[in-house]
Design a protein around this ligand. Sequence first.
Ligand code: BGC
Length: 746
Amino acid sequence: MRNYTLIFCLLLSIYTSAQQNNMKAFIDSLMNKMTLEEKLGQLNLSSGVGNLPVITEGEGKIEFIKKGLIGASGGYNSLKASVEESRMGIPVITGRDIIHGYKTTFPIPLAMSCMWDTERIEKMARISAIEASCDGINWTYSPMVDISRDPRWGRVAEGAGEDVYLGSKIAEAYVRGYQGDDLSKENTILACVKHFALYGASEAGRDYNTVDMSKISMFQDYLPTYKAAFDAGAATAMSSFNVIDMVPATGNKWLMTELLRQQWGFDGFVVTDYTAINEMMHHGLGDLETVAVKALKAGIDMDMVGQSYIGTLGKSLKEGKVSLEEIDTACRRVLEAKYKLGLFDNPYKYHDKKRAKEVLLCKEHQDYARELAARSCVLLKNSNNTLPLKKEGTIAVIGPLANTKIDMLGTWAATRDTEPIITILEGIKNVAGKKAKILHAQGSFFTEHPYLLNVNNKTGKEITINKEESKAKLEEAIETANQADVIIAVLGEPRKWSGEAASRSDITIPACQKRLLQELMNTGKPVVLILSNGRPLALTWENENVDAMLETWHAGVQAGNGIADVLFGDYNPSGKITMTFPRNVGQVPIYYNHKKTGRPIDHTHKFTTKYLDVPNEPLFPFGYGLSYTSFNYSNISLSKTNLKGNEELIASVNITNSGKIAGEEIVQLYLNDPKASVSRAVKELKGYKKIYLTPGEIQKVSFVITPEDLKFFNSNLDYDWESGEFNIFIGTNSSEVKSSSIIWNK
Ligand code: BGC
């Protein structure tokens, strides 16, 4: 058996190196024939010819493609022009932001992360690639693996939350799903890991703001997700807008070359974020020529939209500021990606109308979107078993997000036709069946806040709310609610309030929606709050007052059906939040794996770490989420309590489904190193298991812990572990845990 494995490995390595040689020979011969302009063209991603600095208006994009001056662009006509009318015939590649499905839009990435289910996320990414790849797309600007601890940042919707361990597992799953096992297949696409790096740590959660952090935090808590995605084979990366150690990522040689390529061994190509080279001028790093030189020298291969490479690198080469070798290196990397996709063999394979007809929004994909919409829900509160609802009686579905199609999709959705989108009202009608009477009223606008209403208003005419209309909506809602046995309030954020350039300083539900909720509660009927939003919200008041709260996020094309499956108990919710929910915005940034302070909270002592007006603990901790059943945890049993060197520890708990229905539980393992050479986090996630238990069933869940799990970055940035005591926690969320401890020496 061993011999066969050896022979297989040998043959594989012979085959791989033969392939590498073929690719090299092909690209050598291509590049020998290319002019400098054509090489720079490969480094130029154009989304159209606008009034950007270099390519002048007048000539259309297609004309530039024919001259070989654009290497990446979208649309069939661009591809055709590059293949059939440019001198070298090099196909353009086509990138798009396919981040949670293509035409079949799945829940936003933050929502899907709450499943803690890498297999399902991988399948979602696979479906995204299958759909996008027949519609001309062979490169997705995903996954976004930026860790963020700040729900004010609108782009938390695009990521997997605050934890680096879970985030890394999810990052790998996306890459596997998009790229499959063979990039040259017609239904696999290039992944692009973004935004390299640290974009999620923008100060005050304001998008595009500056970032400042210690190297030790970077390595411990932020960089591992990117590394995991690269280790999983991601073919491309995108630079971030922010600075790292005061140097913009896009011009940061330490980041892009020393770390990414030399230490981590990445061999794909790096594209900038949108005009990020040009933006280095705003960062104060010099004129366009200077910043383009910086970017190339740092290791950036492709310029997204900014035209700085195509416009200035020729001159910089003549002046000796860059070398031909540096340009060639970048050009080769881009051509290699095209080669790996098989674009030189068949440039048109990603435009396949027949395949598109079969797969886009097909039943199988929609069913899967429904399943993920249900599985991404997190039950935040359920007093007196208000949920699940019975499929009978009169149900009032009220709120500005109850029947709005487009808002179900969330940020970066490629679904253009709203017809397939199922609203929450529609889903409830579909699932509740004939025995239930469903009433509906909108109840309120999303907001009446003048600043929020006008923030992106380009019309020149101030948007104001008609007070009469607002009053009428509220009255209609109260009247509707009074006729019902139970009220479902659907509140939160429309899709444009999260995603890029959508930071909020106030993360509560807007006043007019809250007023509606108060009025609904005044009816004295049970109120279930369904939240549809793109970030953790501060829900302290809601949590104190409503009977049940279900976080449904922006749940995608099948939002309504999936959410209704949960509401009526056809699916027992199993999601757990992957970002901490604060009590108020003043607690932000807030995250479970924080450091200790020298003055732990003590209410009998003034000079200890605390707020005067709010507890230190969040409203809902990382990893929290309820089920319609309940789970009991036994104490932890350990295979050993005193370990040495590379031994393994097995930590187990018995979990009992102590409720009346079957359900899934996400069992979480956290470790803590209470005495070390640097101050360590109070706990860090190191494992999790999702189990399914029927009522009364008991299951033993075991985690194998090795010294690898004890490692951390010390002050010298060495990644190692230190002998001593370790605390082990296993529980249902990051704060409700069983604990035990061990001694482990080297
Ligand atoms: C965003 C990226 C995105 C790119 C292309 C940028 O503004 O930051 O995440 O991939 O645009 O759409």
